[in-house]
Design a binder for this molecule. Structure first.
Ligand SMILES: [Zn+2]
Ligand SMILES: [Zn+2]
Length: 324
């Protein structure tokens, strides 16, 4: 990953003049009028800090290991009129969703932490069982058994024929007929028994292979199922806080069908949720892309909330702002 440190005055574009969205709770659109100039200045400051401030060195190195991130800043006021600066990055950074000095994730993993730990343990156990399934070995043993049976069968047939031939000559040359008939019948019986035993050996090896395959299939299915249960629980526990401080399930507030994966992971929802939880009133909000160009986003380019993940919950996040 290339590291990027262009001059900070290279922020391009402006923050949106307002943020707005339909709120399913109220059935109307809520709107937040953005202080564009303050948003831009604050974001420039943050980009400068990210580029050069020693206090941000660890964060900067972590950023350099990503394919790029949305970086957002929110200036928000408390009841006494004091302004606070909230910072957010999209998704995870170096595996962390809670970098000190930055707002944390909207989805509170603590709600599902126990289930998550149990699930990870089950998955690890299933992985061990999956790993222990020896389909190749069973296949190999079946092939070996078949070859051995073929080989032993050919030898036995040869011996049996030679024996029968020798006995029939002895019999013709005046031996005890009943005696040779008994010998022949016994040899035939033994030969048939040996064939059945061989067939049983092959069948056993074939069954062992089937069992191994079924086990593998079952463990994989089970693994899929436990992951599904966890995803559903995380999804069910997903809730968003509006500006009234009301926490509602994501599935109740998301506008449209099918909640997109990663909804609430972007920087704007993180910032608004954090402000709502802390009962701060948003004043200025801006976000821009940090990192190499990705999906047509360029370093330092200001962005509007994304259509798929942010727009559908923006209305609810703004619900309860003064006069709405
Ligand atoms: Zn988004
Ligand atoms: Zn509302």
């Amino acid at each position: 990953v290339q590291s990027v440190s262009p001059p900070s005055h290279h922020l391009r574009g402006l923050p949106p003049a307002d943020y707005r969205g339909l709120c399913l709770r109220c059935g109307i659109e809520h709107r937040f009028e953005n202080d564009v100039a303050l948003g831009l200045t604050s974001l420039k400051q943050l980009f400068q800090q990210l580029e050069a401030d020693p206090a941000f060195a660890d964060f900067r190195s972590a950023l350099a290991t990503t394919p790029g991130k949305m970086i957002g800043v929110l200036i928000a006021e408390d009841a006494s009129g004091t302004r606070h600066t909230l910072r957010a990055y999209s998704g995870e950074l170096a595996g962390r969703r809670d970098w000190p000095g930055w707002v944390g994730p909207v989805l509170r993993r603590a709600d599902t932490a126990e289930l998550e730990a149990e699930t990870l343990a089950s998955i690890a156990a299933l992985d061990r069982q999956i790993h222990a399934c020896d389909v190749d070995g069973a296949q190999h043993r079946l092939a070996e058994t078949r070859a051995a049976v073929r080989h032993a069968g050919a030898e036995r047939r040869q011996t049996y024929r030679a024996q029968r031939h020798a006995w029939s000559i002895e019999r013709r040359e005046g031996g005890d007929e009943a005696h040779f008939d008994a010998l022949l019948a016994k040899a035939k019986l033994e030969h048939e028994e040996a064939i059945r035993a061989d067939e049983a050996r092959v069948e056993e090896a074939r069954q062992a292979l089937l069992t191994e395959r079924e086990k593998l299939h079952r463990f994989r299915e089970e693994r899929r199922d436990v992951s599904r249960v966890l995803s559903k629980a995380i999804y069910d526990a997903a809730a968003v806080t509006n500006a009234r401080g009301e926490r509602r399930p994501l599935r109740e507030v998301f506008v449209g069908d099918g909640i997109a994966g990663g909804t609430t992971d972007c920087s704007v929802p993180k910032l608004l949720e954090a402000a709502n939880v802390a009962r701060l009133r948003p004043v200025a909000l801006a976000e821009a892309w940090w990192g190499p160009t990705l999906n047509d986003r360029h370093h330092g380019e200001l962005q509007a909330p994304c259509e798929r993940k942010c727009q559908p919950i923006l209305g609810y996040l703004l619900c309860g702002l003064a006069g709405q």
